[in-house]
Write a protein that binds this ligand. Structure first.
Ligand code: PLP
Length: 501
């Protein structure tokens, strides 16, 4: 008889002790967060030495283990949920979402197949259909939760490639037909090019379309490029419209782009990774007009719905297309569907085989908060960004880069009494503002990132954080001005050199 071995099998009592200690840390984290530094200046070696501890042969005792967890949480992390974190496009992370992650892991569902994850599969299907309906997609539409916008884009563009190539790319490969190309504006996210690379199309297959002065794709430019490409023997198959560009929140003219896609028989993919959740906000919804004509949509709950990372979403106008693009028979997953009642396997509709219950945190966040408060909060964040734009415009040492769109505000620090003009001025301001960004990021009182617009460097704040309010916006601008003045004073000799040359 083999002796039982229970070392890894913790019972409910052991689990409770462990969980209570984790919950204590979380309570403390939520209480102290607003007063903590958003970020700090660490040397990589210092962090590594502190957190990358050796894995012991015997269990670490709870005191030591939770001291380690405490240090990871409180000493060596940056907090996207901090009220003054306004960098990149990073949601705060919801409380119900964190609890859902715990419970999803506790159940340890594998959503590869319906028969071993019935409730989880039905929830994810229903959740994605609910999102699809918000965007105005038809009942045939549906989708899946992905790791983020990058994977959602790849997942959708593979379907676009397979549906629109005109030959069986899955079986015969790309070399069996003409050179496939797709279109995206110069302001589109880098993941479009990455997806083209991963699909074997080559990054060159993404044909850049010029943007207008408000950073939106030019529909006439799109039409001209398609015509020229067809004449050159290329085979266009898709257009990626961006609904909320990463740098400025610009929204491509989707109705015009959809008309071109219809006329040219091209797949319309909308990258709404950032802007998608605006569909829940009464005053922003109309900005997304045209998205209902998309063949596929990528959007990111982990951005403007603030659900914890990771969690993006890939939606297809016809969910069956996902099956046609991803199903692959295997001998080790035999199922008698008549007996099991199994209907839908996520493992046959996307690139992953085994899948976690990532949808649960998005689902519980929506159930616990309600769609109404979500929509109102998203409106509020857009209003805060517009308020930030006003504060920037009123300030003598701050300059707005472009009008505020969605919840992005791009601006730069411009010191008083600058003698430089023209390109010398821009060159100095680029260097100065780049240093301002870096110093703000390590200062710890507030956090922002950057955008490069018309080849110049701007500071960029994006409000997708339900803890941010106007005093936080004002605090961020105060920190920028304080640090900007200090750096300008330090850099002034160099500035005069440029002025003199
Ligand atoms: C953030 C973003 C992406 C990438 O999404 P991830 O969730 O970071 O993978 C793609 N497109 C746009 C427009 C984005 O803003």
């Amino acid at each position: 008889m083999t002796e039982p071995m229970r070392d890894l099998d913790w019972d409910a009592e052991r689990a409770s002790v462990f969980l209570d200690r984790a919950a204590d840390l979380w309570r403390r984290f939520l209480t102290e967060l607003p007063a903590m530094s958003v970020a700090r200046s660490w040397r990589p070696g210092e962090v590594r030495d502190a957190v990358a501890i050796d894995i012991p042969d015997e269990p670490l005792d709870d005191d030591e283990l939770f001291e380690h967890v405490r240090s990871v949480m409180f000493d060596y992390s940056v907090y996207p949920g901090h009220p003054r974190f306004m960098g990149y496009i990073t949601g705060a992370g919801t409380v119900p979402g964190a609890v859902a992650d715990l419970l999803a892991s506790a159940m340890n569902q594998n959503l590869g197949g319906w028969r071993h994850s019935p409730a989880a599969t039905e929830i994810e299907l229903h959740l994605c259909k609910w999102f699809a309906a918000r965007f105005g997609l038809p009942p045939s539409a549906g989708g899946m939760i992905t790791s983020g916008g990058a994977m959602a884009t790849l997942t959708c563009l593979k379907v676009a490639r397979d549906r629109r190539a005109g030959w069986d790319v899955r079986e015969r490969g790309l070399q069996a037909g003409a050179r496939l190309v797709l279109y995206a504006s110069t302001e589109s996210h880098a993941v479009v090019r990455r997806a083209a690379d991963m699909l074997g199309l080559g990054m060159d297959a993404v044909r850049p379309v010029a943007a207008d002065e408000a950073f939106r794709m030019r529909a006439d430019g799109l039409r001209d490029t398609i015509v020229a490409d067809r004449l050159a023997g290329l085979q266009p198959f898709a257009v990626v419209a961006t609904a909320g560009t990463t740098a400025t929140g610009a929204i491509d003219p989707m109705p015009e782009i959809a008309d071109i896609c219809t006329a040219e028989r091209l797949w319309l993919h909308v990258d709404a990774a950032y802007g998608g959740p605006a569909i829940l906000a009464d005053d922003l919804r109309s900005l997304l007009r045209g998205i209902e004509r998309a063949d596929s949509v990528a959007f990111d709950p982990h951005k403007w719905l603030s659900t914890p990372h990771p969690g993006g979403c890939a939606l297809l106008r016809d969910l069956q297309d996902g099956f046609d693009s991803y199903f692959i028979p295997a001998t080790y997953t035999v199922e008698d569907r008549e007996r099991t009642g199994g209907t839908f396997d996520f493992g046959s509709h996307g690139p992953q085989w085994s899948r976690g219950f990532t949808a649960f945190k998005v689902w519980l966040s929506l159930l616990a908060h309600g769609a109404g408060p979500y929509g109102r909060r998203i409106s509020h964040e857009a209003a805060l960004a517009r308020r930030m734009g006003e504060l920037v415009s009123e300030h003598d040492e701050l300059e707005l880069a472009t009008s505020v769109s969605l919840s992005v505000c791009c601006f730069r620090f411009v010191p008083q009494g600058m003698s430089l003009d023209g390109s010398a001025r821009d060159e100095y301001l680029d260097r100065l503002n780049e240093r301002v960004m870096t110093e703000v990021q390590v200062d710890g009182r507030a956090y922002l990132s950057n955008a490069v617009l018309h080849r110049h460097f701007f500071l960029r704040a994006c409000i997708v954080n339900f803890r941010t309010e106007e005093p936080d916006v004002r605090a961020l601008l105060d920190v920028v001005v304080e640090i900007g003045r200090r750096l300008d004073a330090e850099m002034r000799p160099t500035r005069d050199d440029i002025g003199a040359s």
